[in-house]
Design a protein. Structure first.
Length: 432
């Protein structure tokens, strides 16, 4: 199926089986960063195998925080408390915007200067959205033209702020709350739309007092964190690819044990239900404040729908795969209010449009979204580009399962950014 950077996907008749999804990226990032500034040794089972999370671990190691992988795969992080060590080299965040944005909040409160860089893709992504609030808190930050990496952060004493970001972003919120730990007073983030609350939940797990009411989160400075032991739930954004694969084939059945069921993420399941997928959740439990459950999905007629407003913010990572399979639906898909997709690892609106057209699909590309007709469009195999974007590579591998003929995906190794075993797992459930 694959030779590293190139993957060939053959048409399938159905998908069936059990997939054990790797640990959630969003949770893994936050756990590693908070463990670094906690007192004691934290241990994480099922920590994400994604390259992005490896970048976070590499950065905290350069800040004087030792970590190791135990024989059973557990990640052990030896926290050094709130004061990290000045790095002797640039902190390389790789492809991970999460690493750069959230770690900057911690670095803003340190008594040294640090520099963060990234790969070519990350170097194009906007960082002004964290530079503004951190500068208001007292950090001195410089960047390349347009507020793009590399970032140089001169940390120091911070003051609390009440910040209202223009764009709803869980990464920006977590960045500010992390900086709030080092600020004098109470830091408040008031979002235009409620976003994922993994940062607040992780902070509480490490012993911090964090208040959240509606779209407002607040944290008092000067709190110290304590080490934890946790099992990282399976990543729902990664599970989305297999749920969408099931949606392509009536009668298909997929079981996904131990998946993160956080209410700010589970909107995906509501949307999939509305679009026709049969979904049930069993064995609900709670791990360090996060809900976890087993998802069972069965494919039926796929109807499509509209994603707009708060749903767009909630599904921003899942939109590429929903769009990639939209031509096969009865009613098509319309995506609105998704300008944020233009500044992800790739321009995801343009990437989806380019690849769908190569497969013979109709699509109307818009500045902040797209409209994809349904009615059972007939797609054919083609040579597609991942554009160096993990979610584009995986989304079109799913779409290719129902295309006529083989599909070649170039740059497929980009999937390793979030899910190194994705193509292996997809091949295992495809019924050819």
């Amino acid at each position: 199926m694959a030779d590293g950077s190139t993957v060939i996907v053959r048409p399938a008749r159905a998908v069936n089986g059990v997939v054990r999804i790797p640990g959630d990226k969003s949770v893994s990032h936050r756990y590693a960063m908070l463990a670094a500034i906690a007192e004691g040794t934290s241990r994480f089972r099922n920590f994400s195998a994604a390259r992005d999370c490896a970048s976070t671990l590499d950065c905290v190691a350069k800040l004087g925080c030792e970590w190791k992988r135990l024989d059973d795969g557990t990640i052990e992080v030896h926290g050094v408390g709130p004061r990290l060590k000045a790095p002797s080299e640039v902190l390389d965040c790789g492809n991970s915007g999460s690493t750069m944005r959230m770690l900057s909040g911690i670095l803003a409160g340190q008594s040294f200067t640090s520099e963060l860089c990234g790969d070519e893709s990350l170097s194009r992504r906007p960082m002004a959205r964290i530079m503004k609030p951190l500068s208001e808190m007292g950090a001195k930050i410089s960047a390349s033209d347009g507020g793009r990496p590399p970032l140089k952060i001169q940390g120091g004493a911070l003051k609390a702020i009440h910040y209202k970001p223009e764009v709803a972003s869980a990464q920006v919120k977590s960045c500010i709350l992390f900086a709030g730990l080092f600020a004098d007073g109470e830091t408040v983030v008031e979002e235009p739309i409620r976003t994922r609350d993994h940062g607040e939940i992780a902070l509480r797990a490490f012993g911090a007092d964090v208040e959240r009411a509606g779209n407002v989160s607040r944290i008092a400075g000067g709190q110290r964190l304590r080490a934890i032991e946790a099992h990282v739930p399976g990543d729902l954004s990664s599970a989305a690819f297999f749920l969408c694969a099931a949606a392509l084939f009536p009668g298909s059945q997929i079981t996904l044990p131990g998946i993160l069921m956080n209410p700010t993420r589970a909107r995906l399941l509501d949307i999939l239900l509305q679009m026709g997928l049969k979904v049930s959740v069993a064995h609900l439990d709670e791990h360090q404040g996060e809900l976890v459950g087993t998802i069972e999905a069965r494919g039926v007629a796929w109807t499509g729908g509209v994603i707009a407003g708060a749903d767009t913010a909630a599904l921003i990572d899942e939109i590429p795969v929903l769009a990639a399979i939209a031509p096969y639906s009865e009613g098509g898909l319309e995506v609105r209010d998704a300008k944020e997709l233009r500044v992800k690892e790739s321009d995801r609106i343009a990437a989806v449009a380019t690849n769908l057209r190569k497969m013979g699909a109709e699509i109307e590309e818009r500045p902040d979204g797209m409209r994809i007709p349904g009615g059972g469009q007939h797609l054919h195999g083609a040579e597609l580009d991942s554009f160096g974007d993990h979610r584009i590579a995986m989304a079109f591998a799913v779409a290719a399962l129902r295309a006529e003929g083989e599909t070649v995906i170039l740059g497929a190794d980009a999937a390793g950014v979030s899910y190194p075993a994705f193509f292996h797992d997809l091949e295992n459930i495809a019924v050819l």
